[in-house]
Ligand binder design. Structure first.
Ligand code: HEM
Length: 343
């Protein structure tokens, strides 16, 4: 298989077709003086660029990767809001840590961070080797690993939607390339090749949800579990019609259904690009690594504010970690991630 190019105006890990496995990795930088820390950030980004470009190339030079040939690695690197503020970096104005939401049970040791990396590939072996190479390179330049998290997708035929651990298709109603320009990538200007990643580690009560009767599971989401078709439609990619009513005047898609409360129709048409992965870290610790890309994280805040108190899914979920990062524009051949920060 051909390598997925690392270099380009935009980092490949945002919109390249989703791969079976992911690894997220957060790093912290030392806090000395702004001038010294800017230099550290620059060196760390140079090192990460070099390592990730090597690992994604047709012929990786590292001995471990040589044996397996092309990795088809995709990656992205982003900077966290705390670091951006400390160093006065030119990031989108809306970049900020998320506010607390009702029901949050966040573990600080599993979230946040000055730098966030997401690696994706066909298998976890590749990801662990590359994560190790990236962390070693970043450590040599002064960064400290903060947390990491691995995840996986259900196997599906190309072009079909993977399922989450509740068994539902997840990722159906995503924006297409044209809408990405409006809602995912930054506006024309300094950030038009960047985006914001919102990450939430959400534990799911898989057994509790499975114990609901089948029709109630469908009504919780607002789609059919079997094929992902909205309760108001006939094919998976029909847009859920949140205004359709039953003869008795009730909504076909219930008032507390997930696809109602997340509907772009409630946000003036605004969308986010969701690329979630499942995780399994023990018998009672399974769920979704919610990863979504958007121009402005306020979009996530508006949706999650509705979900936290009203979503029929909420009793089966627990948000356990959170991170936000400005995904930097891509690196030109011979250039480095973060170059626009120093222009
Ligand atoms: C849609 C599951 C958390 C935002 C969906 C769908 C499912 C689903 C099954 C319908 C299929 C699809 O369009 O992809 C889940 C589960 C979650 C979760 C199991 C937690 C473990 C969240 C969170 C947000 C969110 C935290 C944002 C705050 C959305 C959006 C849609 C969606 C925007 C598409 C709505 C539309 O355009 O019709 N989710 N979701 N979800 N979800 Fe979630």
């Amino acid at each position: 298989p051909a390598a997925i190019p690392f270099h380009g105006p935009r980092q490949a890990g945002v919109t390249a077709p989703q791969q079976p496995a992911t690894q997220l990795l957060a790093l912290d930088l030392p806090q000395t003086s702004a001038a010294a820390d800017r230099q550290t950030l620059r060196t760390v980004l140079d090192e990460l660029t070099h390592t990730l470009a090597m690992a994604a190339s047709d012929a990786p030079s590292d001995a471990r990767l040589q044996g397996v040939g092309t990795t088809r690695l995709t990656s992205l690197v982003g900077v966290g809001p705390g670091l951006a503020t400390r160093l006065g970096l030119d990031v989108p104005a809306g970049l900020a840590e998320l506010p607390p939401f009702p029901g949050d049970r966040l573990d600080q040791a599993r979230g946040g961070g000055d730098l966030l990396l997401q690696l994706c590939a066909a298998d976890r072996w590749t990801l662990t080797v590359v994560a190790e190479l990236a962390a070693t390179a970043a450590k040599a330049a002064g960064a400290t690993p903060r947390w990491s998290q691995s995840g996986f997708l259900s196997v599906t035929a190309p072009g079909t939607t993977p399922r989450n651990l509740f068994g539902f298709k997840d990722g159906t109603a995503n924006p297409g390339p044209a809408q990405d320009e409006q809602f995912v990538w930054g506006p024309p200007g300094a950030h038009q090749n960047g985006t914001v990643l919102v990450y939430r580690r959400i534990r799911m009560d898989v057994a509790g949800f499975a114990a609901l009767p089948a029709d109630q599971r469908d009504r919780t989401i607002g789609r059919h579990e079997s094929d992902g078709v909205p309760l108001t439609g006939t094919t998976e990619h029909d847009d859920p019609d949140i205004y359709a009513k039953n003869p008795d005047g009730s909504y076909v898609i219930p008032a507390n259904a997930h696809v109602r409360l997340t509907s772009p129709r409630l946000d003036g048409g605004a969308r986010m690009l969701r690329r979630g992965y499942s995780y399994d870290d023990g018998p009672t610790d399974r769920g979704l690594l919610f990863c979504a890309f958007m121009r402005d994280p306020a979009q996530f805040v508006r949706v999650q504010d509705r979900l936290a108190t009203r979503d029929a899914l909420t009793p089966f979920l627990q948000h356990q970690a959170s991170a936000v990062a400005y995904v930097l524009p891509g690196a030109a051949v011979g250039g480095s991630l973060g170059a626009p920060l120093w222009a």
